[in-house]
Design a protein around this ligand. Structure first.
Ligand SMILES: [Zn+2]
Length: 385
């Protein structure tokens, strides 16, 4: 009897049961709505900041200081204060909803503490980045948008290099993966990808999420494989191999460079269009400032977040292509399509495994679990041994 790919795929998805599938669909469409609500809330925050003129007051206090100090302070202050203002929404969308759907068991106090650390870091780094953008605006005039795209690429690359060393350890505890079957299997995979065996770690991912996950981060000699303790507790050895194979697939296929390149091109387009639309949006919001004026940062960021929302289908398409490639790498490297399918099914609760094609096209960063399981079964059918 020949192997029936569609039947095998259906069996994997149907095994989840109607209740889980309904819940996954509700969680997924809710997540998509939170994107839209998040944007509308940021529009309201922009309007409020323009109205209360707090950034003008900060800029006024610093009027005798350098442009750099003014732009870094005003940008950083806006990122910090606006995030504090939307805290109730963040608590609902990033914590309460996750708890309600059983996706995290993180206590509220820990969520708030970690969120505060992350907010301080992002305000400082964001302030520095936008001070660079304001510098380019004043120095380069109408070509600032192109150079700012280059600045975006450099900033992301720097973050990828230092993130695993300086930032990630602030949120999780990384320790070398102990000796045993899992370590032996991952050492084989690491060797194929030229990752040093002393760069294989386990981290307490269960602190933030009940999700079964692993990742490969960093560049060159800072590259490392990190596997969440959730995977060690809830996955079989073959599932760990299949999933880590996928993550290593991202690394060896150089997806990090696709990501940096896409971010550079898109940010150039975003900055160019923001340049064109800034004055009109500023008038709508009641702001009297030029684009190169740091106190206009709420409007600048609103334009960028509007364009990012519109560009979701493009960015998601790029990441979906990378996900397919990474899955294929895993099949070639470890040839465990069934383990991959069962691991994928365990993540189905996070994304409706059977979305409407339009929903997948617009919002999905990964192909649907149904499509990925089907690809695994197709691999199995064409590689019977
Ligand atoms: Zn992936």
């Amino acid at each position: 009897m020949t192997f029936d790919v569609q039947l095998a795929t259906d069996n994997y998805i149907n095994a989840l049961g109607a209740e889980v599938l309904t819940k996954a669909a509700a969680y997924t469409s809710g997540s998509h709505w939170t994107l839209l609500w998040g944007f509308l809330i940021s529009a309201a925050v922009t309007w409020l900041f323009v109205k209360i003129q707090v950034l003008e007051k900060i800029e006024d206090k610093l009027r005798n200081r350098s442009l750099w100090l003014r732009s870094v302070t005003v940008s950083g202050a806006y990122l910090l204060l606006s995030s504090v203002l939307v805290l109730p929404w963040t608590l609902y969308s990033d914590w309460w909803r996750e708890v309600a759907y059983g996706k995290t068991s993180q206590p509220l106090t820990d969520f708030v503490t970690q969120g505060s650390i992350s907010l301080v870091i992002s305000s400082v780094l964001g302030g520095l980045f936008f001070s660079g953008v304001y510098f380019l605006m004043r120095r380069l005039g109408k070509n600032w948008w192109a150079w700012s795209g280059g600045l975006t690429a450099v900033s992301i690359t720097a973050l990828m290099l230092v993130g695993p060393i300086w930032i990630e350890p602030l949120f999780n505890n990384y320790t070398p993966l102990p000796q045993g079957q899992v370590r032996e299997a991952l050492e084989v995979l690491a060797k194929q990808a030229n990752i040093q065996p002393d760069r294989i770690f386990v981290y307490d991912g269960s602190r933030q999420s009940n999700r079964f996950t692993a990742n490969v981060s960093g560049l060159g000699s800072s590259a490392r494989i990190a596997i969440s303790d959730v995977a060690l507790k809830s996955a079989s050895l073959d599932e760990v191999k299949a999933v880590t194979g996928h993550e290593i697939g991202h690394y060896v296929s150089g997806h990090i460079w696709n990501l940096i390149g896409t971010a550079m091109v898109l940010s150039m387009i975003f900055f160019y269009l923001t340049n064109a639309m800034f004055n009109k949006v500023a008038i709508c919001m009641g702001l009297s400032a030029n684009i190169e004026d740091p106190k206009g940062i709420p409007v600048l960021l609103l334009c960028i977040s509007f364009l990012s929302l519109l560009a979701q289908p493009i960015t998601n398409y790029v990441t979906r292509v990378g996900e397919i490639e990474a899955d294929q790498y895993s099949y070639k490297a470890v040839n465990l399509p069934d383990a991959m399918a069962s691991a994928l099914v365990k993540t189905a609760e996070y994304r409706d495994p059977r979305p409407h094609p339009w929903q997948e096209l617009v919002f999905y960063t990964h192909p649907s679990v149904e499509k990925r399981v089907k690809a695994a079964m197709e691999w199995k059918a064409s590689h019977p041994n």
